[in-house]
Design a protein around this ligand. Sequence first.
Ligand code: GDP
Length: 331
Amino acid sequence: VARRSIDVAELAAAVRDNQRAALARAITLVESTRADHREAAQRLLLELTPEVGAAESNRVGITGVPGVGKSTFIDTLGMYLIGQGHRVAVLAVDPSSTRTGGSILGDKTRMARLSVEREAYIRPSPTAGTLGGVAKATRETIVLLEAAGYDVILVETVGVGQSEVTVANMVDAFCFLTLARTGDQLQGIKKGVLELADLVAVNKADGRHEIEARTAARELQGAMRLIHPRDSLWRPPVLTMSGLNGTGLDTFWDTVLEHRRVLTEAGEFAEKRRRQQVDWTWTMVHEQLLRRLADSPRVKGIRGQIEDRIRDGSLTPALAAEELLRAFDES
Ligand code: GDP
C-alpha cells in the first residue's frame, strides 16, 4: 500500500507559521509509534530544533493532587500571561491515561477561558504507551510549540509514581500546588515532591481559608529549609495564592522569572536544559535496552527454564543474570 509521504520541510514551515492544523498534525506525528511517522518526526524536530524562540521560552511544570485547583489556576494564569502579551501552551503528562484511555489532565473543558483563546494551545496527555513514551512525546511537543512561537509552556501532571520526576526533568521550573495543611498534616506531603519543587504554592488561599493558608505556608517554608541547604543557589519559596480569584498570581509568575534570573546569572539555566537533553538521551537508551532484552528471542527461549532453576536453587541469581545477559549479547 502506497502511503502518502510526509513533506517535512513544508510541515516545518507551517508549524513555524503557527498554523494550528499543521501544529496538530506535527504533534500527532511525534506521538505516533508507527515507524515511518517516527522517522519523519525526527527529521521534523531536527529541522525545528535550533529555533531562536526556544531560548526565550519559559517551561513550567505544575503538579498537585486532583482537586488542588490545577486547571482553575492554569486557566487564570494563562489568561493573565496572555494579557501580558505571552502565548501560552498547556500540556499534560498523565500516565494513568494510558490505562483508562481518557485523560483527566489537559482536558479543554477544564480550562474554559483559555481553551477558546487564540493565543493559547491546549493538548491533553498522549494516551498511547508507557510513561517513557508519554514523556518522549511531551518533550518533542515542547520543541514544536516553541517553534510555533509559544513562549510559555505549562506542563501539568498529577503525583502518580514517576510522573513528577519525569516532568521536573523537562521543565525550567517545577511548581508544587498544595492546600492548607498544618502540623501533622504536613507529614502527608511526600518529601520527594518537595525536593523536586522550585516553588511551592498553597492554593485556595481565599475567603475563610486565607489565614489557614498563610499559617500552612509558614510551616512549609520551615520544612523547605531542612530539605534545601543554606548554600544552595535557590531556596524554593512557599507562596499563597488563589487560582479562583487570581490573588497571588502575579507573585507566582514573578517568582518563576526570578528563579530563571538567578539560574541564568549563575550560568545554570542553559546548562540545566543541556543536562536535561543528555539525561533524557540516556533514559531512552535504558528504556530501549530493556525492551530489546524482553523482546530478544534467545532470552525468551531460556527465561522460563532459568527461572525454574533459580526457584529450585540449582542456579544462583547472579549466575542466572549472567546467563540471561549472555543470551542477550548473542542475539
Ligand atoms: P484540579 O483537579 O487540580 O485541576 O482542580 P480544579 O481546578 O478542577 O478545582 C477543583 C475544585 O476546587 C473546583 O470545584 C474548583 O472550583 C475549586 N477551586 C479551584 N481553585 C480554587 C481556589 O483558588 N479557591 C477556591 N476556594 N476553590 C478553588
